[in-house]
Design a protein around this ligand. Sequence first.
Ligand SMILES: Cc1ncc(COP(=O)(O)O)c(C=O)c1O
Length: 464
Amino acid sequence: MTIWVPSLDEISGPRYRAIANAIGAAITDGVLTPGERLPPQRRLADALGVTVGTVTRGYAEAEHNGWVVARVGSGTFVKQPAVPTSFDMGLTPDDNPGMINLGLSLPPPHPLRQQALSDALSAVSRSPTALARGVSYLDARGNKEHRQQLAEWLEGLGMPLAADELLITQGGQHGISLVLGTLLRPGELMAADALTYPGAISAAQQAHLKMVGIAFDEEGMRMDALEAQCARQPPRLIYVTPDQNNPTGTCLSETRRQQLVALARRYDIWLLEDGVQYLPDAQRGTPVYQLAPERTLFVFSTAKVLAGGLRIGILRAPTPLLEQLAAGLRAQSWMVPPLMVDVACHWITQSAAHTLLEWQTEELAMRQQLAASILSGYTLGRRAHGSNVWLTLPEGSRAVALCERLLNRGVKVSSAEPFCVGSAPAPQAIRICIGAAVDRQVLTKALMMIKECLVQPPLAPITV
Ligand SMILES: Cc1ncc(COP(=O)(O)O)c(C=O)c1O
């Protein structure tokens, strides 16, 4: 079989970089196409008369430049055209004002939310302690009083954590990035569900990690698949969303939580547990950080409970890692702005915070029932109080075509691509963020539109 062999004669500089640049040029010229596998490194090295190490470095450089992706055990592949991340999809500025944007996972809007923010801001502006903190530099882990207040709040939500094991971050996303960038070295392997939160995928890419997607079923990540991966190449860290996978809503069973911990202990793997997608206590399983406190980092944030704009996250880490993580946080931004933490801490002490969360929990349950009833007959992944619904399309339908059709009718949802780990093909499914609709009336309109577009033939590529 002939292989792609670039001509390096015209390209100056180190040979490894010439190989990377030749890959880039071949992709631009259409000689190498998305999804195509690059030649085995030894064969290319022989053909070019260079060492295998030079080709390895060239491929790594091409990966660093974002042109190719290395898949553990199967080779290096030309990247598929960039797909928008959920951040892009939710936030494109050119939306028409009438667009119903169900692309971003948000808690349902309520006037009490703005009121709670306004009250907290007023209280902070009158608090001498908060003002003194606001004009100063503080411990990178966050002020002790703040950590204590947040720990009490978390305990009230059914997540008992000690203030001493916490760091305050700029949101859950920052907590994930901080852990990956601080504890792992470039090139190390991170495992996650084969479909997972795109922010974790982006953070892994930014930290120059390799990622492997682990198959899952209705009980969450499959432990036989994880064990096979560990036997081949154990990941350095496993990222899990045990109570509610984003996007599929899948919950990791208690048995599998135990198996996950046993595997992590056997292969000495860090666990990064993400609880940002809030669910009421009764709907959650045993926290992984309680099962394996010595190796679990836990990320939570105010985003899905109070407000996304506050950017306050809580990171729980095993004690021996705290100083290393604090050093990472200090290097990035010294500390989280204490004024914002004070705003969050005032907010959570208001009785309105409790009322709002109770309302939100009930509201999401009603929205879930609405989605289940309008989309009855379709395969839905959802939790009774979750803010997302994962709709698997009927055989033969294409999710990208459905999203495009819906967009043309003023409804924005996400297809599966941004959630895919590695270059495995995306399932034909869409994520509907039911929390994001202004109210249930608007949500009903959007769900009816989705239903209408689902039954309209053909859902093969549409012609616009
Ligand atoms: C699973 C998960 N983790 C983390 C985040 C990010 O949280 P934050 O807005 O606090 O950065 C999100 C946001 O949607 C999420 O769904």
